[in-house]
Design a protein around this ligand. Structure first.
Ligand code: NAD
Length: 358
């Protein structure tokens, strides 16, 4: 069992049976336990949890609808009404068992109800394990804007058991890979060397790489929990990525990881155009992304809408758009204002890659 300690909680990486989970559950033997799942984690992950830990047999199960489009207030209201009908109290425990959608929303539900219940995360997707469940950000979308409503309140603990990945659909590993790329590009050139050739499920499912990503995020968040400075670097790829994801959400949704991968390409392109990132490093990044992800063509109308979404993104302020830019692989800076022109050029370049690849 590998334990990564943050100042507020611990991330335990290894089989749940060897973790501190049984002990933690004992501490709630006089309280109620609520497990939040979506349909897929209900079908693929819940039975193992309940049959392994008898303390969970009497838990109440809250089933969320699958997918980002349901990470919204309307669904939260239904769940809070259910919490109230069941008579849950603030000392009860919420167990969030799922990918980033479940841990983001479950953390939000718990951190708001009765001014804050106890909650833990058991992430079941690669993206959830290396990113969404780590760092204490909980939230929901205010369509078409991502994560507009939320809290920064850490869970009691995070339990990362890689055995849950055995049922994760292959396409979901690529989602996690985008965030792995993010960590490598902003902070760790050796990690980039390790992962740049990844292409199949068994590559992504590597304990050492997952641990490294978690450690990177925990260290950054520990120094800047409330994103006043350094934590902003974790938004690399997300200035474009969130706007692209939001733009397509209601018409032809693309996954968070796919949008972030396109965002990484666009933000790397801006970095190169500014003379910060060498062409050689840009081309290396581009070749990994184009090998792994489908590229999209953006129409003029798409570009306009994406820029508008960026202005309203919570990461931006004062009518300006900011982005993390790369200086080389493994080094970046944040709070760089970028112009509409630069955004248009980057999206044009991504579209051009899409035409070349198709
Ligand atoms: N809070 C943060 O710091 C943070 C960071 C990054 C991303 N996020 C958020 O995370 C979300 C994306 O996370 P995600 O990609 O995990 O999405 P997700 O939770 O929607 O999971 C993706 C799909 O995989 C399924 N799934 C998950 N685990 C499974 C398993 N073990 N077996 C079978 N199916 C399984 C889910 O049901 C879903 O269909 C977005 O909402 C994003 O905004 C949050």
């Amino acid at each position: 069992m590998r334990v990564i300690s943050s100042s507020n909680y611990e991330v335990e990486i290894g089989p749940l049976t060897e973790s501190s989970l049984p002990k933690l559950l004992q501490g709630y033997s006089a309280q109620r336990i609520i497990i939040i799942v979506d349909q897929n984690t209900h079908d693929c992950c819940l039975e193992y949890l309940i049959t392994t830990f008898p303390e969970l047999e009497k838990s109440e199960i809250i089933l969320l609808p699958v997918g980002e489009e349901n990470k919204v207030m309307e669904v939260c209201m239904q769940v809070w009404n259910a919490f109230s009908e069941y008579g849950f109290g603030r000392r009860d425990l919420v167990v969030n068992l799922g990918g980033g959608m479940v841990t983001d929303m479950g953390g939000f539900l718990a951190s708001i109800y009765k001014r804050g219940m106890n909650f833990i995360h058991i992430p079941t997707s690669l993206l959830g394990m290396i990113d969404a469940a780590i760092g204490g950000k909980n939230g929901i979308d205010l369509h078409p804007y991502k994560n507009q409503l939320g809290t920064i309140i850490p869970p009691k603990n995070v339990y990362v058991d890689l055995s849950f990945l055995t049922t994760l659909p292959e396409s979901e590993f690529y989602n996690g890979f985008a965030e792995m790329m993010k960590y490598a590009l902003i902070r760790d050139k050796y990690l980039f060397e390790d992962i740049k050739g990844f292409s199949k499920e068994s590559d992504f499912n590597r304990n050492d790489i997952i641990e490294k990503c978690i450690q990177l995020k925990v260290d950054i968040v520990d120094r800047d929990m409330h994103e006043l400075g350094e934590r902003k670097i974790l938004n690399f790829g997300h200035t474009f990525g969130h706007a692209i994801e939001g733009h397509f959400l209601e018409t032809s949704p693309i996954s968070h990881g796919h949008a972030v991968a396109l965002g990484i390409c666009a933000e790397s392109f801006v970095s190169m155009n500014r003379g910060l990132l060498s062409k050689e490093h840009f081309k290396e990044i581009e070749s990994v992304l184009t090998r792994v992800y489908p590229f999209i063509t953006f129409t003029d109308a798409d570009v306009k809408s994406i820029i508008q979404l960026m202005y309203n993104d919570k990461k931006n302020e004062g009518g300006k758009i900011f982005s993390v830019l790369l200086h080389k692989i493994g080094e970046c800076s944040y709070h760089n204002e970028i112009s509409e022109n630069e955004i248009g050029e980057a999206l044009f370049y991504v579209s051009m890659l899409s035409d070349t690849l198709n």
